[in-house]
Design a protein around this ligand. Structure first.
Ligand code: GTP
Ligand code: MG
Length: 259
């Protein structure tokens, strides 16, 4: 076979293969029975994600209410910001593979506790415990697991308070308990965790440099802990002073307020 014949044959083969591929996609992946299968199986998954989004709404509302009500007593808002997310399908599948979770929805709900995640960012460490206690004291919240990485930081230096809770969502045909992971951090802990996350997942550094940066971050975590404590001490002194030296708020000659 000369070169020309060889090229012609290759081209013919490629065309045939691409037609076969095309036919395969049309006949199998685009067949009515496969599309029905996709529809039947994606509906329950979409439904499950919708339930987790509802659970996030419920948890966010509880924290917004706590923030409003505590703001009167504290004369400031204990919550700096709230960030929520539902786990991506890709990350869910990776975790199921890693933890060997069976491929059905009840096994997923039973074994994966962070499909719904709410992060509550506070200014001061004390606020974290006050908010967590007030949240857990509510009678529709069930604590599943509590991990205090503020008292016992991870080897990386990571600090946050983690709660896995169950919260009911109310649907057309009854209520359903959903698991939500709530992470509490100060602004400083959150700043640290975002940078440390980049070191874990988004770099191509040589291993020796990655180790140097991990050590540096561990050191930063210790400094952040001290900084959080110093800032809290400054705030506490201002609060105590104001409590011991209240401003005279009476309006002499304002009969409307004297009964
Ligand atoms: P996952 O399987 O990753 O969810 O861990 P786990 O089930 O052992 O729970 P853990 O409480 O240890 O961590 C849950 C989440 O906390 C993670 O998904 C991160 O958001 C955060 N986290 C935990 N450890 C670290 C850390 O060392 N650095 C950073 N940046 N985040 C962390
Ligand atoms: Mg997680």
């Amino acid at each position: 076979m000369n070169q020309e014949e060889n090229n012609a044959l290759t081209e013919a083969l490629e065309n045939t293969l691409s037609t076969v591929q095309d036919d395969f996609v049309r006949e199998s992946l685009m067949s009515d029975s496969f599309l029905d299968f996709v529809e039947q199986n994606t509906k329950p998954i979409d439904q499950m994600f919708a339930y987790y989004r509802c659970a996030i709404l419920e948890v966010e509302t509880k924290f917004n209410v706590l923030d409003e009500s505590l703001s009167v007593q504290l004369e400031r808002n204990p919550i700096e910001s709230i960030k929520s997310r539902v786990k991506s399908v890709e990350s869910l599948l990776r975790k199921m593979r890693r933890k060997n979770v069976p491929l059905n929805l009840s096994a997923i709900e039973e074994n994966i506790h962070d499909i719904a995640g709410v992060r509550v960012i506070c200014s001061f460490p004390d606020d974290i415990y006050e908010l967590a206690d007030a949240f857990l004291a509510q009678d529709d919240i069930t604590l599943i697991k509590r991990k205090d990485y503020i008292k016992d930081p991870k080897p990386s230096g990571y600090r946050s308070l983690h709660l896995i809770v169950e919260i009911p969502i109310f649907l057309k045909d009854g209520k359903r308990n959903m698991k939500v992971e709530v992470q509490f951090r100060t602004i400083a802990m959150d700043f640290w965790a975002s940078l440390e996350h980049k070191l874990h997942y988004k770099h191509d550094l040589p291993p020796e440099r990655a180790k140097v940066l991990a050590d540096e971050l561990r050191n930063c975590a210790e400094q952040i802990e001290l900084l959080d404590m110093r800032m809290q001490a400054v705030r506490n002194e201002i609060v105590t002073y104001n409590e011991e030296n209240p401003k005279d708020a009476s309006f002499p000659g304002f009969p409307m307020f004297d009964e």
